[in-house]
Design a protein. Structure first.
Length: 581
């Protein structure tokens, strides 16, 4: 049995067989060869090397005839890599001495080579890393190791283990069969983590290198509450987690009884409790769990789930479906909140050295109106079907906000001239996600109808921490006193100007932190659908005065860890049912 600690990103517990994937979505299980089969396995490896060498040489000759020797040198370089004495020696050592299967040895060794080249952060050497990966794929194909089912074709229950998963890969997981996933890299605030919560899929990321320790027949426990995975658990551990699953099922049943009750404190103060969604199908979960509306509709996965840019009609159909199903409840649509580095198409996909401080979110939209106009047109068109509001992400300057608002007016005029039904009187808001916006908030509130604090990015930019980087994940804490002071200022400015304010970041989905936010004066929380009833239980278990006392105490603490420990203590006192042992 091996227990590993990672970063919890989506709660829940799952038990099942492991499915190990590499970056390309194929399975390379660890397999040990019997001693009397080593010579045969080594011969199989040599045969594959010879076959790939012949293919590369053929490609070199054919390319030379068509495109000249310079282009053909690409394949000459790959041949040299393939025949590199150190590479061949390492492959031979793993097969002959460690008795690894040829395909597993190829996968591990070539992956180490390519990763080492990428870490040098040299564009030329990065291209060589791609050459190494290409050799790996060809060898694995010759060895018959890449004929496994692709990620989208999983047809039996599994626990997915991978170095990483992209948001679009996560979004396309079949929840009937993928019970949970774990990755070697990643952080708690990345888009993959957000999607996992939207899918209500237990997940742990940022575990570090562990795939080498997983056998092909491994059983895995994923504890998304504590950020723990257990490989090949013993009977006592299995029994413990099975009991916890039953306890959670019992709690879920009790919490479901709250769905029709208001999110109201014990002393009668109403809290608006809405849902964050990624996909149209999540509206049913929001309604079933008593959400007051959609406080944040993230639209990025219209872009990430396809190789083609979404059309105006794609946007319109998605938004119309959501607003119709919400049946009069408000729907806040956030415009594109991706970086150019994530778009992966056209000139926008050119590399940026620091994409989190680069061309992203509203900056990207305003620089590429062919991208932005169709989305705004679709929002105004869908608004005829219900209560739609639009929100701009990562607003940093007044000029950005004014330009975005002006574009809404221009788009409305275009629709009017074309005779297309639309509404232009929809409320317009902004995300408060950077310290600069907090500092200048008195000016912003004069030009918006509402504010929404995105604590994910606000913590990232305040603390100078890449929230998707597992190496500094311990520094990424939305409960850091510096972040709390910024939130406190936002509430004060919003209240003094009578501007509605919500918190839609992941911070609000933590019941203890939700009580702290209420104590700071927040009266609208937007959380993933899976957290609606848990947060509602916390809200209904306390008075406003108790929340204010929590906030006063928390604001006098010096570190995020101290704040979280204090919140855990208060939660255990006021809402002990929600404490995970």
């Amino acid at each position: 049995m091996l227990e590993l600690q990672g970063i919890p990103v989506s709660p829940g517990i799952a038990i099942g067989p492991a499915l190990v994937l590499d970056l390309d979505g194929y399975r390379i299980p660890k397999k040990i060869i019997a001693t009397d089969a080593v010579d045969e396995e080594f011969a199989r490896l040599r045969k594959a090397v010879t076959a790939v060498a012949q293919q590369l040489d053929g490609q070199r000759k054919a390319t030379s005839e068509v495109a000249g020797e310079t282009t053909a040198d690409i394949f000459s370089a790959q041949l040299q890599m393939l025949h590199d004495p150190r590479l061949q020696a390492e492959l031979g050592r793993r097969v002959r001495l460690e008795h690894q299967s040829a395909d597993y040895a190829v996968n591990r060794v070539l992956r180490q080579y390519s990763d080492a080249l990428r870490r040098l952060d040299n564009p030329i050497l990065s291209d060589r890393a791609d050459d190494v990966r290409d050799i790996e794929k060809q060898l694995l194909f010759e060895l018959g190791a890449v004929n496994e089912q692709p990620l989208s074709d999983i047809t039996e229950p599994v626990i997915l283990l991978s170095r990483t998963l992209t948001p679009s890969e996560t979004a396309n997981l079949d929840r009937r069969f993928v019970r949970a996933f774990c990755t070697e890299i990643g952080g708690s605030g990345g888009h993959t983590a957000i999607v996992a919560k939207g899918l209500e899929l237990p997940a742990v990321v940022g575990i570090g290198p562990f795939l080498d320790s997983v056998s092909a027949s491994a059983r895995v426990i994923v504890d998304g509450d504590r950020g723990v995975i257990v490989l090949d658990p013993d009977d006592a551990t299995l029994d413990h987690y099975r009991r916890r699953i039953k306890d959670q099922e019992s709690l879920s049943q009790k919490l479901s009884e709250l769905r029709s009750l208001p999110a109201e404190t014990a002393d009668g103060h109403q809290i608006r409790l809405t849902a964050n969604i990624e996909f149209p199908h999540e509206t049913s979960a929001c309604i079933e769990r008593g959400g007051d509306g959609i406080g944040l509709y993230r639209t990025e996965f219209l872009y990430l789930s396809s190789d083609d840019e979404p059309s105006e009609e794609d946007h319109y159909q998605a938004y119309s479906q959501v607003v119709r199903e919400m049946d009069g409840r408000p729907v806040v649509i956030r415009t594109l909140d991706l970086g150019a580095d994530k778009m992966g198409r056209g000139p926008l996909s050119e590399r940026e050295y620091n994409p989190f401080l680069g061309l992203r979110s509203i900056r990207l939209s305003l620089r590429n109106l062919d991208l932005f106009r169709p989305q705004l047109r679709a929002i105004l068109r869908a608004a005829v079907h219900g209560d739609i509001r639009v929100m701009f992400p990562l607003i940093t300057t007044i000029a950005e906000l004014r330009q975005a608002r002006m574009l809404v007016k221009v788009v409305a005029e275009d629709l009017k001239d074309a005779g297309i039904p639309y509404r232009s009187d929809i409320p317009i808001g902004m995300m408060v996600e950077v310290p600069a916006a907090v500092v200048m908030l008195e000016h912003f509130v004069k030009e918006v109808d509402f504010l929404s604090i995105g604590t994910n990015d606000l913590a990232q930019y305040t603390l100078a921490v890449d929230r998707s980087n597992e190496y500094v994940a311990d520094l990424y804490q939305s409960s850091d006193p510096a972040v709390l002071r910024l939130i406190q200022r936002c509430v004060a400015v919003a209240d003094s100007n009578n501007i509605p304010l919500s918190v839609c970041g992941e911070m609000s989905s933590n019941p203890g932190r939700a009580l702290l936010l209420m104590g700071l004066g927040v009266r609208h929380l937007s959380v993933p659908p899976g957290a609606l009833t848990r947060v509602k239980k916390a809200i209904r278990s306390v008075t406003t005065e108790q929340c204010e006392q929590i906030a006063v105490r928390a604001m006098n603490l010096e570190a995020a860890r101290d704040v979280d420990m204090y919140l855990l203590d208060r939660l255990s006192k006021y809402v002990p049912e929600l404490i995970v042992s």
